[in-house]
Design a protein around this ligand. Structure first.
Ligand SMILES: *[C@@H]1O[C@H](CO)[C@@H](O)[C@H](O)[C@H]1NC(C)=O
Ligand SMILES: *[C@@H]1O[C@H](CO)[C@@H](O)[C@H](O)[C@H]1NC(C)=O
Ligand SMILES: CC(=O)N[C@H]1CO[C@H](CO)[C@@H](O)[C@@H]1O
Length: 385
């Protein structure tokens, strides 16, 4: 269950639940849970998508009918505090534990980080694999693999040394070594240990868990809430008290509908934001360069924005991606403008950068030739810096 994760039947904003095995082709499983299908994207990349996905986006409101504004007509907006990209690589090749650096996984290139900082971005989400950070021999509360940790820290310190922010992202879907993480006390200890490594770095952000989507539906919301709370407690207990914490729900952006997951989270330092992910293709999976419409960005975020406003919470769009074409560029402009006008979204991060994305990966922003760099980047991202 490590390589191919069953996505909920909710066709809203599923994001790649994948193993990427550069140069070797997809070697992971092809079995998905009932209701979802294994969809091959390219030699590096497969994922379980809702089998019943249609061209609609279920209950996300679709009330907007006017064209979204462009950046120049987007009045009265508040810039994001955090704006940047995912830097994939260290979590790649998750079928191979621990794997070999340079073969199964890789750390982001400093030159890529320089490129984005040079463009004015200030945020990098850096996924890692827990099994490499805290090897199964010792479990999640066990010792770190010092080499992996130090390579990872080097990347983080490189980012923050540039004055940017780095999100520490256990890219594990709440699964460790093949089993669901369910012990709040162990998860808390893991976070106390990990945050302790970064507590003196004010530009670090703690992203509790990437897409904890496989938690059984029956316990999903309560458990997500306990685990998120345990992580917050663990992080603060480490002495890391000034840094932002991002919590993610159990069903991608659908999570916001279950305010119980987040509403109850207590942080004595009051510095938690809700991370959501959103794609603009027909099934919201981020696998197709065609956007539903030029207004889909505004539409898919509308309810989440309203919910954040009503609950006085902050949102962080940890993942957005779309093809670099006219419809999608307009749709992303609409999403960016609406988020910045709402006042409740503090950050956004494009999916995805990283040295190993295939040259034809349609949302790649990896310099120098990522496919969205010529058009999407200057037309729909840079204007919102
Ligand atoms: C922008 O804000 C100003 C001051 O609050 C207000 O007068 C103006 O109408 C707003 N413009 C738009 C387009 O909302
Ligand atoms: C992407 O979506 C478009 C429009 O729905 C469809 O025509 C096309 O076949 C899709 N491409 C792939 C690779 O699924
Ligand atoms: C927030 C975000 O966009 N995260 C993505 C970063 O990149 C990895 C790819 O390995 C995705 O799986 C994450 O969802």
């Amino acid at each position: 269950m490590k390589t191919l994760l069953a996505l909920a039947t909710l066709a809203i904003a599923v994001s790649p639940a994948v193993a990427q095995n550069p140069g070797q082709g997809w070697t992971g499983g092809t079995t998905c849970a009932a209701g979802s299908t294994c969809v091959y994207s390219n030699p590096y990349y497969s994922q379980c998508l809702p089998g019943t996905a249609t061209t609609t986006t279920s209950s996300i409101a679709t009330t907007t009918s006017t064209a979204p504004p462009t950046s120049s007509s987007c009045a009265n907006r508040t810039k994001f505090k955090f704006f940047g990209v995912n830097e994939s690589g260290a979590e790649f090749g998750n079928t191979v534990i621990p794997g070999t650096l340079g073969k199964d996984y890789i750390f982001p290139a400093p030159s890529s980080i320089d490129y984005f900082v040079g463009q004015g971005f200030n945020f990098f989400r850096v996924p890692f694999l827990m099994e490499r950070m805290v090897p199964p021999a010792g479990g999640i509360t066990g010792p770190f693999d010092s080499t992996y940790l130090s390579n990872y820290m080097e990347t983080i310190n490189y980012i923050t040394g540039k004055g940017a922010y780095a999100a520490i992202d256990p890219h594990n879907y709440m699964i460790y070594n093949g089993a669901d993480i369910s012990s709040t006390s162990e998860f808390q200890t893991f976070w106390t240990n990990l945050a302790g490594q970064f507590k003196s770095n004010p530009n670090v952000i703690f992203d509790v868990m990437n897409e904890p989507n496989t938690i059984p539906a029956s316990t999903a919301f309560a458990l997500a809430s306990y685990l998120n709370q345990a992580a917050v407690n663990g992080i603060r207990a480490s002495g890391a008290t000034s840094q932002l914490i991002l919590v993610e729900g159990t069903s991608w952006t659908g999570a916001w509908r279950n305010s119980a997951v987040f509403g109850a989270i207590q942080d004595p330092y009051n510095n938690v934001a809700i991370e959501m992910h959103q794609y603009l293709d027909s099934d919201g999976s981020g696998t197709n360069a065609t956007c539903v419409s030029s207004t889909i960005g505004v539409e898919r975020l509308a309810d989440a924005t309203t919910w954040l406003q009503a609950n006085n919470l902050k949102g962080f769009l940890g993942e957005i991606g779309a093809g670099s074409n006219a419809d999608c560029i307009t749709a992303v402009n609409g999403a960016m403008c609406a988020m910045q006008q709402s006042g409740v979204w503090i950050g956004a991060s494009w999916w995805a950068a990283g040295p190993w994305w295939p040259a034809d990966y349609f949302t790649s922003i990896e310099p120098p030739s990522g496919l969205i760099i010529p058009e999407m980047l200057p037309q729909a991202l840079l204007p919102y810096l």
